[in-house]
Design a protein around this ligand. Structure first.
Ligand code: HEM
Length: 243
């Protein structure tokens, strides 16, 4: 609970933004722009990924069963899924990676500009160019992946077991859903556990199936420069699973 004087303390990022506005460093329009940016960068990307992951597990009951089986084997019926034990659930993590590979939520990342003249792959890139990376194609190019059009989490436990969702250190340049380097996504440390927790907890508690009369959910995509999300929302039937 706040004690007298605490209300002026900076407690989160938004407090810093509001403090900057109060001191005249930025304008109210800047505040709206920053909040809208956070909204798209953090909330919508995570939401689109959750939608893709759930739609894929509904359309792949075998994958759903394997996630459930892994959770039961590793955590039993009672131990809750938490951020600290997700590392013991490699199949669940593979499902999240495969979702981000097949449905890269920001397919062209965010445009970057080179400050100096550069050469890449034999091409001259004059300084001040707008550089766009097609992360979706890198992750779905049949010359680089085995049957990339298939949703097959097992690839990340088999032939691609060394590939991580990473933005620094050991980065595989075929798999960049969060970009890489200095301007990569700082939210990766939140997004990956959130996705695993939501998918893991739902699959553990419910069998999720298409509604009666529907064989598969509609996976049509709606994309733009900054987004790749599911085009049409579908009804999903949740059947509670008793432990
Ligand atoms: C599945 C979820 C997410 C995906 C796929 C994603 C992806 C990305 C990508 C591709 C970029 C641009 C990287 C580049 O230009 O090279 C980015 C930037 C950014 N993301 Fe995320 N993101 C996700 C979740 C989040 C979350 C949860 C947050 C915050 C809590 C966040 C905050 C940001 C910010 C602030 C930037 C801009 C960084 C900069 O320009 O320096 N993102 N994200």
């Amino acid at each position: 609970m706040d004690t007298p004087g605490d209300k002026d303390k900076l407690r989160c990022a938004i407090d810093h933004v509001l403090a900057a506005e109060k001191s005249g460093e930025i304008t109210p329009e800047n505040v709206i722009y920053i909040v809208e940016n956070i909204n798209v960068a953090a909330i919508e990307t995570t939401l689109w990924s959750i939608e893709w992951a759930l739609a894929e597990v509904v359309n792949h009951p075998d994958v759903q069963g394997k996630i459930r089986g892994e959770i039961k084997d590793v955590l039993g019926d009672d131990e809750p899924i938490t951020e600290s034990n997700i590392g013991r659930l490699p199949y669940l993590q593979a499902v999240i990676k495969e979702t981000l590979r097949l449905h890269c939520p920001i397919p062209l990342l965010v445009p970057h500009m080179n400050l100096e003249d550069a050469k890449l792959g034999g091409f001259a890139i004059p300084k001040g160019s707008k550089v766009v990376v097609n992360a979706w194609w890198l992750a779905n190019n049949p010359e680089l992946w085995e049957k990339p059009e298939e949703f097959r989490p097992e690839r990340f436990l088999g032939e691609e077991s060394s590939v991580d969702a990473a933005v620094g250190g050991k980065v595989d340049f075929r798999f960049l859903p969060f970009g890489m380097g200095r301007r990569s996504c700082p939210g990766i440390i939140l997004a990956l556990p959130i996705l695993a927790l939501i998918v893991g907890k739902l699959v553990r508690s419910f069998e999720m199936v298409p509604p009666p009369g529907v064989d598969k959910l509609d996976m049509s995509e709606k994309g733009g420069q900054f987004s790749l999300h599911i085009a049409n929302h579908s009804v999903v039937a949740f059947h509670a699973i008793s432990p």
